[in-house]
Design a protein around this ligand. Structure first.
Ligand SMILES: C[S@@+](CC[C@H](N)C(=O)[O-])C[C@H]1O[C@@H](n2cnc3c(N)ncnc32)[C@H](O)[C@@H]1O
Length: 451
């Protein structure tokens, strides 16, 4: 087998997050974005000593596991990979992937299964759409990146994992800017105006926040766009329209400046009886009902908290910090995004909690300045996991109990290995599916100190 060869074979299994394994003779080829059981034709793109990679060019035969996907854009859109699998099969794949990664640690622990998402459609409270075109020099498109693509955009105007309000807002926005002939920002030449449209809708309160992200290269009047959005017949209510200017070269939503165009600059969601003000760029779990399941597991793993000081590191808008506060002596949240910390403080007073403290800054640095001594630590880092130096400092606190929440099991297992080398053992593990039809899964781990 050599580079550019075409191979054909059946996907044996998929390892986290989306790497399909096809066995050809004695060799293993890794092909991304495929489903177990599919017969795939792939072109070899890389051949190294112990790693062969290919790119799928055709699905020759469907997997016997597959059913009809309900979304018209399934297969094209890079958002969902597993929509053509029954939900139980999706859960099984995710669970097996996590268990196989955990197996590399060579330890015994209590595995407590995978909690399904309460809803498998219409579950997301946030979408970050990109402006672009579906093909070179095609008409303006607004939606998700094409599967396996960096430039092409699929206009997802009937997405099933969000409520129909998202689709209506997307279509109206796309029509408006198409009519006005406003160009999208081109990632190669860095020219153009429209970059992203972020829509967030609370599942419990139905409040909607819309955030248009553009470059500063034009200054069109957005009044008519706002008016058209206000005239939409929606189930929810638009309470905020924001405009973010982002001139950075990276293809991510970054903030150079932000303006409030309509209503307030936040929306409110409720979780487990608490209210949360969420601003345009604050992290908030994207599946509100799933988050209640996840946080219930966190609460259970944290256990007895009376008279205890709890650190919630990587706290976002302070959801976990506040959820644990009513039954603890004190909780301290640390979060890098200042806007999220401000929201967390306001949320705490909104919820009548006076024993929560929130500190803005990098965990790596802030940890040296914390005056309290923790009894229990909760960790919920971003996808890349915990910075090795921060990890060492966390271990140095020497607490008896740590609860680690992770949205990327590969990062989790890497960090768990360090905890295991430093006197901790894994007691309990539970997966929670917050992202039906996608390859992602959330894990919650309880660590205890051996001595
Ligand atoms: C997975 S989110 C968890 C948020 C929160 N626990 C929740 O459930 O809503 C991770 C959070 O870590 C924050 N973050 C990323 N790097 C950080 C760092 N070095 N120090 C502090 N916070 C950081 C992100 O802004 C994000 O809010």
């Amino acid at each position: 087998m050599k580079k550019k060869d075409i191979i054909e074979g059946i996907v044996n299994k998929v390892i986290f997050p989306n790497k399909g394994i096809i066995n050809i003779d004695e060799e293993k080829v890794i092909v991304k974005n495929v489903i177990p059981g599919q017969k795939i034709k792939a072109r070899i793109t890389k051949k190294r000593k112990n790693k062969i990679e290919g790119r799928a060019i055709e699905i020759v035969e469907k997997s016997p596991l597959e059913i009809e996907a309900s979304c018209k854009d399934f297969g094209k859109c890079g958002g969902c990979l597993y929509q053509s699998l029954p939900y139980e099969k999706q859960l099984k794949i995710k669970e097996t992937q996590v268990l196989e990664l955990m197996e590399t640690l060579g330890i015994d622990y209590n595995y407590e299964g995978i909690t399904p998402s309460p809803n498998i459609f219409n579950y997301r409270n946030k979408m970050e759409y990109s402006f672009g075109d579906e093909y070179i020099d095609g008409p303006l498109a607004l939606g998700m990146h094409k599967k396996g693509g960096f430039y092409d955009i699929v206009t997802v105007n009937d997405c099933k994992i969000v409520s129909n309000d998202f689709n209506k807002i997307l279509v109206e926005t796309l029509n408006y800017f198409t009519e006005k002939e406003i160009p999208y920002y081109k990632k190669k030449s860095h020219e153009g105006y429209l970059r992203h449209l972020v829509v967030r809708k609370a599942t419990k309160t139905n409040e909607i926040l819309i955030n248009l992200v553009s470059s500063s290269q034009m200054n069109p009047n957005l009044e008519q766009w706002i008016e058209r959005l206000s005239n939409l017949q929606l189930e929810g209510e638009i309470v905020s329209i924001m405009h973010t200017i982002n001139d950075s070269l990276a293809d991510a939503v970054k903030v150079d400046s932000m303006k409030n165009l309509y209503g307030r600059d936040y929306f409110i969601e409720e979780l487990l009886g608490l209210k949360f003000r969420i601003s345009a760029h604050s992290f908030f779990q994207t599946n509100s009902l799933g988050a209640e399941k996840l946080y219930s597991v966190v609460r259970e793993y944290v256990g007895e908290t009376k008279d205890k000081v709890i650190f919630d590191l990587y706290s976002g808008t302070g959801t976990i910090t506040q959820m644990l506060a009513p039954v603890a002596k004190k909780t301290v949240g640390v979060e890098i995004i200042e806007e999220a910390v401000e929201a967390a403080k306001e949320n705490a007073s909104l919820n009548g909690l006076d024993n929560c403290e929130f500190i803005a800054g990098d965990v790596l640095k802030v940890i040296d300045e914390l005056k309290d001594k923790p009894d229990i630590i909760v960790l919920d880092p971003p996808r890349d996991g915990i910075h090795p130096k921060a990890l060492k400092k966390i271990i140095d606190f020497g607490v008896d109990k740590i609860v680690y929440v992770s949205c990327k099991p590969t990062s989790l297992v890497r960090d768990l290995d360090v905890f295991l080398e430093n006197g901790y053992e894994v007691d309990r593990v539970r997966c929670v599916d917050m992202f039906p039809h996608t390859v992602h899964v959330e894990c919650c781990v309880k660590l205890i100190r051996k001595d």
